[in-house]
Design a protein around this ligand. Structure first.
Ligand code: PAF
Length: 282
């Protein structure tokens, strides 16, 4: 596996593969890799012959009071895991390579509407930072396919919309969420939980599953499902931002006929802000 930090070197490597007919699959990450990221690499396997992963903690997607400075950075550990997983190229640019004129005044890509609801309401500018960096990374790597985790369901939806509206020739692959035995979705931010909070954190997935069971059983009173979800989380000491039932395809408000739903939540526990979701088909 090669570890590269310049755009020009990545382009040269990828062009050589594509020239010899190999399909390239890309897994963008912010590093501090865990089993959840490794499952993205596994999902990539079926879609190509060459695998590129990026490690870039993107300053543009963090708000002024968020954890950019403290976000865990473990490049040697990440390199080891990617090598073991059979990745061909690890792209680890510095901030100046991605934002040569600074992140502040950089050209931006925005998906309006979808970026402003749910997490977007509580993290203004976050999805604009995500779409900007993902658009740039996709232009740099020019992969045939790119993999994103369903754990960040809104991010996946926003990226699909961007790729479709900007006519970007890349296939977006969704990889299922990886969970610990008690249901907690794997996330780098789980490290911010104390031992006691880590035990309580499983209540997030339980609340989502309880909502999903009701919806699968035919419940149409979405407001009641959302209210009960919020109460369940508050009862376990969470400070929820939202607990919402939405249409899975576009995150719009569901009607009684909506057949494919997603229940999404974001909630603070101690220093951690956790997000998760479950889909329901009926
Ligand atoms: O999901 C993430 O890790 C990030 O939001 C992404 C897609 C790598 C963009 O920085």
């Amino acid at each position: 596996m090669r570890r590269l930090s310049s755009i020009a070197e990545v382009r040269a490597a990828v062009h050589a593969w594509r020239h010899s007919g190999e399909r390239v699959v890309f897994v963008p990450t912010m590093g501090n890799l865990h089993a959840g990221h490794m499952s993205l690499i596994q999902a990539a396997r079926a879609h190509g012959e060459r695998f590129v992963a990026s490690i870039f903690v993107n300053p543009m997607q963090f708000g002024p009071n968020e954890d950019f400075a403290h976000y865990p950075r473990t490049p040697e550990h990440d390199e080891h895991l990617l090598r073991e997983a059979g990745c061909d190229l690890m792209f680890m640019p510095d901030v100046a390579e991605i934002y040569p004129h600074g992140a502040e005044g950089a050209t931006r890509v925005e998906v309006p509407g979808l970026s402003d609801i749910l997490c977007g309401e509580f993290r203004p500018g976050h999805f604009q930072g995500v779409t900007t960096v993902v658009c740039k990374l996709l232009h740099i790597v020019e992969p045939d396919a790119a993999v994103f985790g369903e754990k960040d369901f809104q991010q996946l939806t926003v990226i699909r919309r961007m790729v479709s509206e900007l006519c970007m020739p890349v296939h977006i692959i969704a990889a299922p969420t990886v969970r610990d035995a008690d249901g907690l979705a794997l996330s780098s931010r789980n490290q911010y939980l104390s031992e006691a909070e880590r035990v309580r954190a499983a209540a997030l997935h339980r609340a989502l599953m309880a909502a999903a069971d009701r919806l699968a059983g035919g419940e149409r009173d979405y407001a009641a499902v959302e209210r009960d979800g919020l109460r369940a989380l508050e009862g376990q000491g969470f400070r929820p931002d939202y607990f919402a039932v939405r249409r899975a395809d576009d995150l719009g408000l569901p009607t009684a006929d909506s057949a494919h739903l997603v229940v999404l939540t974001a909630a603070h526990l101690g220093k951690a802000r956790l997000i998760d979701n479950v889909q329901v088909r009926r």
